[in-house]
Write a protein that binds this ligand. Structure first.
Ligand code: GTP
Ligand code: MG
Length: 170
């Protein structure tokens, strides 16, 4: 028999790392070269089926610009999982991602699933964050690490499927 459940997922990270682009790619199969900065947060849903399990992901895509930072706890508290995104071509965004990991681990329920995502791998020649540095950090903190491109679609579906698999089935 098919089981179905719904889970809240929050997407966090520095401005312009590609949070909205990842969500838009996953939920609608679209990518915009000139994606507008998110104001406050955006809400999208997508249903994933693997095996006999159907999971509806209710995704809060948060705004990364500094002025919206104080809103983030509203979205990550009570989320079953958090995607923490950085841009592999922007080292500062990796530092910010580490801060988000620390904050979410401190502020949320201990069982919140955290996944680290290095986006924009289509810009490999501009890479500023080594794969191994991000991976070692993720291993140390016991997080899953994925590299993606919202632009090409590389690994995007895989991230969300992995999250859905990690969610406790209710
Ligand atoms: P805020 O909402 O301000 O926090 O930004 P965001 O993290 O949602 O970033 P957004 O999705 O708006 O993307 C910012 C810019 O990066 C846009 O111009 C996107 O087209 C571009 N972008 C996003 N993902 C990728 C990617 O994988 N590769 C490349 N080359 N560009 C990307
Ligand atoms: Mg956005």
């Amino acid at each position: 028999p098919t089981t179905s459940s719904a889970s809240k997922l929050v997407v966090l990270g520095y401005a312009s790392v590609g949070k909205s682009s990842l969500v838009l790619r996953f939920c609608k199969g679209l990518f915009y070269e000139y994606q507008e900065p998110t104001v406050g947060a955006a809400f999208l849903t997508q249903t994933i089926t693997f095996g006999t399990t159907e999971t509806k992901l209710e995704i809060w895509d948060t705004a990364g610009q500094e002025r919206y930072q104080s809103l983030a706890p509203m979205y990550y508290r009570g989320a079953a999982a958090a995607l923490i995104v950085f841009d592999i071509t922007n080292y500062e965004s990796f530092i910010k991602a580490k801060n988000w990991v620390k904050e979410v681990k401190q502020q949320s329920q201990s069982n919140e699933i955290l996944v680290l995502v290095g986006n924009k791998v289509d810009m490999e020649s501009d890479r500023k964050v080594d794969y191994s540095e991000a991976e070692n950090y993720a291993i140390e903190l016991n997080l899953a690490y994925f590299e993606t491109s919202a632009k090409s679609g590389y690994n995007v579906k895989e991230v969300f499927i992995e999250v859905a698999k990690m969610l406790p089935q209710t």
